[in-house]
Write a protein of this length. Sequence first.
Lengths: 831, 251, 327
Amino acid sequence: MTTFPDRAQVVVIGAGIVGNAVVHHLARLGWREILLVDKGPLPDPGGSTGHASNFIFPVDHSREITLLTGDSARQYAELGTLTTCGGIEVARTPERVQELDRRMSSATAWGIDAELISPAEVADKVPFLDPSPLLGAFWTPSVAVVDPLRAGELMRERATAAGALTVSALTEVLAVDTEDGRVRRVRTDRGDVETEYVVVACGVWSPRIAALAGATIPLTPAVHQMIDVGPIAELAETGREIAFPIIRDMDPFMYERQSGADLEIGSYAHRPILCDPDDIPSNAAAALSPTQLPFTADDFDPQMEAALELFAGILDRPDAGIRHAINGLLSLTPDGHPLLGETPEVAGLWSAAAVWIKEGPGVGRLIAEWMTAGVPEIDPHAADVARFAPHERTRRHVRARAAEGYNKTYGIIHPREQWSSDRGARRSPFSPREEALGAEFFEVAGWERPQWYRANEPLVAELGVEDRPHEWDARWWSPIINAEHLAMRRGVAMIDLSAFAQFDVSGPGALAYLQHLTVAQMDRPVGRVIYTPVLGPDGGFRSDLTVVRLGQSHFRVVTGGSDGARDLHWFTRHLPADGSVALADLTSAVCTLGVWGPRARDVLAAVTDDDVSDAAFRFGTARTVMVGSIPVLALRLSYVGELGWELHAPTECGLRLWDEIAAAGQEHGIVPAGIGVYGTTARIEKGYRLMGHELDGEHGPVEAGLALPGLKAADFVGKAAYTKAREGEPEATLCTLTLDASAHRRYPQGGEPVLTVDGARITDRRGRPSYVTSAGAAPSLGTHLLMAYLPPWHAVEGTGLLVEYLGERYPVTVARVGRMPLFDPDDARMR
Amino acid sequence: MDVLVCIKRVPAVGASIQLSADATAVDTRHLGFTIGPHEECAVEEAVRIADRTGGSAGVLTVGPPEADEQLRYAMSMGADHAVRVEAPVADPDPEVTAAAVVGALPDLRPYDLVLFGEASADAGHAQVGFRVAAALGRPVVGGVKGIEVDEGRVRLERHVPDGVEVHEAPLPAVAAVLEGLNLPRYPTIKGRLRAKKAPVRVLDGPAVTGGLRTLRLRHRPEARAETVVLGRGAAAAPAVADVLAELGMVR
Amino acid sequence: MVLAMIERDGEGVLTAASAEVLAAARDLADSLGGSVGAVAVGDPGDLPDDLVKRGVSTLHLLRHELLADSEAATVGEALAQLVAAERPVAVLAAAGDASTEAMAGAAARLGVPLATACTAIRPGIRPGQPWEVTRERAGGILLEDAELDAPIRFCTLGTGTRTPTETAAAADVTVRAFVPELDATVPRARLIERRARASGMTLATAPVVVSGGRGVGSAEGYAVLEELAGLVGGAVGCSRVATNNGWRPHADQVGLTGTRVSPDLYIACGISGATQHWVGCMNARSILAVNTDPEAPMVSRATWAVIGDVHEVLPAVVEELRRRSGG
């Protein structure tokens, strides 16, 4: 047994597939003195890796997850621990048939070989399956089964052979010491080890370990039931662990796979069964393993009936017994995505949690790259552990969303689908008025934001807005959005933007600090509003936001609600150590009301004595005005392409502000408008880019059409890559496409593959696919717009292409290459 | 032939057993429940006898409503009816359990054979079957590893330290069986679905108390000496041979 | 009086377990200030001479033609009648199939509790107070302290509870025949055949047990265990995994629901050491574990361990033993 070290460059806690992959990749990237500890024995310490079903379905609607899964499959294969068996998702309902069409589109978008097949073809591939309940199926030949325990052993061996790794099993972490918000030391029952970095890869135990350092990893252990039925002669005869394709019986939320002589049946259908990390038994006290809890048979009975419908021929035999049945534990998060990256609470404490077997090795690589280079190759935007608002990290919220999300594992999730549990955590001061107006609230970061107002229903007929004939297109949508849009362009609208995250940056080092984090020149006169990209070290988008210079050494940063937590983490981590910059999160202190439209100035002028004429209050500037008795920081800018202001007021004055504007606006025909207008229709008409959609780590400002005319002298994060990109030709350019009228009133929603007129996939020279990053109605243009990155040979205005949506291909035309908007291209209306 | 098997809900424990805070019971928070291996064999045997003779195989337990889970498990193995006698106290002592079984039998069909496991997997009192037989005035054989039924008689193979005894008894009779009697089957999916829908007949338990009362449980003190690792793989052979020689087991 | 139910082996010699019971009965009688009576079935044989050294004052011999080939329950019926007549304060017997069955039957007939597998008996301080016993549960991995509240205390004792001693208090043993009233018309099980186990080493008595579990991997894999057992004069055992997989007959199974063994050396090959198995071998004097997993419970509980695969380690050991014996 090796001696336990007293120093390590990094301590990785948890020797499941994720921890093993992290140490392997850290060693590969040059880290040394890596210590891997686990409370349990090796090679199976008792976590979820030891009992997982171990199959990989490569197609996911999320590009991030698809990339992680694909990378993982390559790594498992390279380690000789992957067996390709193929997999079939089957549909029993028309709605699922449509979902499989959507799956097929995702497969096309991400470039994964797949095919829609008939029930008879399913029976050809799996002869003991009765296809009569089936309507259709989705066949993915590259579906595989992996051996994560063996893969983990091999990864440890490699890191050990490189002289980089010490492994200490049966070592319990007792404490993680921090100093000045940084990791300093890990205390274990085998000794203490000094370290600057800790990676928590403890699966269902991760919240417990993070809490030792004072951080949160918001996941909950939850049960996923599995049984093994056998022996079954047809399966035993193959002499192999798996010789038949895996069946995902999507409608009853379950799967069946061969496991040697047995058929393994797993379920995501049963009631959510959550447990607490503190309640997981020890290795010794558990009957099987800590993460294999006693089977609760009643919960599984409906799955047995469903399994019998497809597999009566082999399951309905007296000698085919239920040989193994467990309530296996897995990790659920509030939004279903992994929890990756440095925790916002403690510097140097990294989370690699809530990861499925299919993503494990890819996550190991991602974390190692991120820790080494400051940015991983695959954009971890949706998986960033820093993405949560404080209330989203609480036990109550995690459990509520996990319980709601569990049955979505195999569910059909609409891209705009809203959560229903634990809503209403954050409300703007305007909410009493909004509720009275019949707001349909959508959630972002816990904020309840009106998406549209039922009070505006009469506008639909008045403005002649058409409904969407197909239910899927119209789900989580209303024609009222388009009506509010037209009403704004006609007169004026007021929009609740209180979900904005706002940070105050001040102190002698404030300017230099912001210069370092942003692309745009920050050293502008006081009162200027500056839009800027924020880049990662590789020149890809980290964020985009607005900075207001309030004083020589005083700035306000305004960023989107959904990315506020990630941005706060980024800004906090980059604060200089010398205390010359103070960063304050003002999100809760400030409410924001947007007032835009041709009549916006009339409305504002009616409520303030300050001069708001164009001469006195220029576009791109900010100043404090008095609205009645309320001091309001007014920013003259627009994300909707109209004249107007963002009005920022103290939260407690918000309701008064709303009432003042509403009253003054009455004679100008003011309407409340929802985020449906702000975030989609008005934005897309103006070609504005949205973080997480058009803007991601894979693309930089040049490709996004957001490169600034000049290059500032000050150094900033990502400058080298940005400078290089400016000098060359972009590999892809963000374009706006119009859906041709022949689309017969179908409305793609985003995520769809963009194809050539011959139906071929489009990728750029870096292999990045062209897919729809955003889609939305353009009521003022009378069309439906799509945005997509296209390589230069397709990024030509007037080019005809296709978009595949729910099994059909619709013609589209490249209408704009680059930033210039289709609506009001000269921005005359805003100025 | 109609056979009844008496079973007990017991925790399925891991490598170490945790006790409740007051140490009067096993801490079952993290544990599933099962029936002991002896009882699984008894259920298997009853199902086989019922199949062979065109009779029925019933299961009975004395316990709380949660014990229905074990009755259904037995039914998913092929038992065709189930009876639960309400236990007057949690984990009743053997006198009470026997009284509950004896009290229930007149309400049930006349069984030809009543089977028990030799001892429960948790308390291990090893006596309920004999108490029931004494109360009924029927023959009983324990330690049974073979059952042959015949017109009105049963032959029971009983394993004793120096061999095998074959006993013959007129029916109805009682037997306490050991694991090894047969290789019990796993429950089937059809069996499970049938068992889920099958009714469990619930009878009142007796209002009696026994004379044996658990005060506390504790772990058996284990003299733990450090393990001497003789080596790894084949290279350890000489060290093993030395140990065997030291113990006088080889020259 | 403390009554001890005793058994004799095939040669008519008092069994070791019964000797322990007599010692415990003597202790109990001493602490209570009473005498020890013994009860056995059949002829006196050499018993009185033996019992006199063990502090027994009376030997009750149960005599009835039905006792010759009836099941243990009939012995229990006879015992109940004797106890009713003699009114001992306690009745002790060895924990084991036949004794437990007879004791259970007698206790049932008398309407009193029976504490089985006791390791200690503590009478109440005053007469009439409940006694306290310590008994084994879950195969002995747990101990239970229990209150035994009865006018006559029936207890069976686990083996190894008390080292048998001979006492100096030598007086005559009074031998009394007790003829129970047994109804010949009552249905009883009768012994109709007795087959002796093939002579040779039994698992329960072997000085060395070579036992295999999951790590052996197959039925054929036991050949090397058989070979080693032959070389060291031992028997082969197995874990429940092996029986369930059909690799070994159930008679070879060591554990809670198989055989409890107490050899001088238990060689556990590829056995992780789950509770179910551990209680079957925990009374071994020493344990040698052969396992690939250095953290397996069996390894941490063993006296000696070899970390490695059964099929690498055992053939090497066999070869080494052959080399040393010059064969």
